[in-house]
Design a protein around this ligand. Sequence first.
Ligand code: NAI
Ligand code: MG
Length: 357
Amino acid sequence: MQKNIVLLPGDGIGPAVTEAAASVLQQVADIFSHNFIFTSKMVGGAAIDTLGEPLPADTLQACKDTDAILLGAVGGPKWDQQPPQLRPEKGLLQLRKGLGLFANLRPVKTFPSLLASSPLKQEIVAGSDLLIVRELTGGLYFGLPSERRDNGQTVVDTLHYEKSEIERIVETGFQSAMLRDKRLASVDKANVLESSKLWREIVDEKSKDYPEVSVEHMLVDSTAMKLITNPTYFDVIVTENLFGDILSDEASVLTGSLGLLPSASLREDQLGLYEPVHGSAPDIAGKDIANPLGAILSAAMLLRYSFEMEREAIAVEAAVDDVLQSGYGTQDMQVNPERIVGTQEMTSLVIEQLTAA
Ligand code: NAI
Ligand code: MG
């Protein structure tokens, strides 16, 4: 199959981890006889420095015209003092908005060789493998009015959702569950919030279309507890913007290593933006020590969600599993010091495993 991929390396360690993920995708193309055409575009601080804005029109257009986008990270101290319009992060926000990406997917999986890195007890986190599906463009973060009144004596934020916005994210939740263990936890606060009551009705209605998926309604407060007391309980969690923001950051500490967490931002068609959860890590940029696995696992998500190449996605994930199982890690992971490798060597190990499998 022929597919176009736009690469947005960005800043700091972004270029190194994006290159790593692109080379893994190229290997997938070679093994499975696909033709992936890569185009690199500017975003973030790199785009500000050369073109004067964090999301050049040419970059946005290329992203609109492609099949999938792989992003490294943006930002760094160099641009921290810039006005808001000239901040690298602005480029990412404009990109998500410009493409209408409304669903954020954050898988969290613990690897046996890394259990010691988790802040939780090993027997609690062992075997955790969950996916949080978060609504990204509605709810409390975007509802109007959002303002101070009465000389600051009153504040108002608005939790606004259109029924159609809830329907589409719930649909993404069910579809994601179908690709996994078919267990969906719909998380809300329906004992208090009107938006959550509608959310529940929509989930119940939609569940008729997905008889194979077992659905459970859970309140967000008890979900927050269960995530750290019994994370293996979960398969897919679907929730609104604010709850998803908090729960996905809570879940991200389970693995003990920020460097290996991937993410996807999706819309109704196949186009998606894939990026590691971590930032541009300016403290370690240019040293060939950044962990490329978050970006590589993001590339696996790209294969799964934008290209519907489940077999290829599983092959990449299995290769990462095997490399970690052999005890290898980058310097951010708690592994045997003799098995610590750099960005490029880690990438080569994954590619070797892919080829061998
Ligand atoms: P960060 O995620 O860049 O780094 C936090 C810590 O984790 C640092 O010690 C870093 O060295 C380490 N780390 C991160 N990724 C790693 C990797 N792949 N391998 C090994 N170690 C890794 O977060 P921080 O320091 O808060 O932000 C740095 C810059 O990144 C800021 O300008 C921030 O705005 C930006 N940022 C960008 C994001 C994005 O592009 N999506 C997300 C988060 C932050
Ligand atoms: Mg957050």
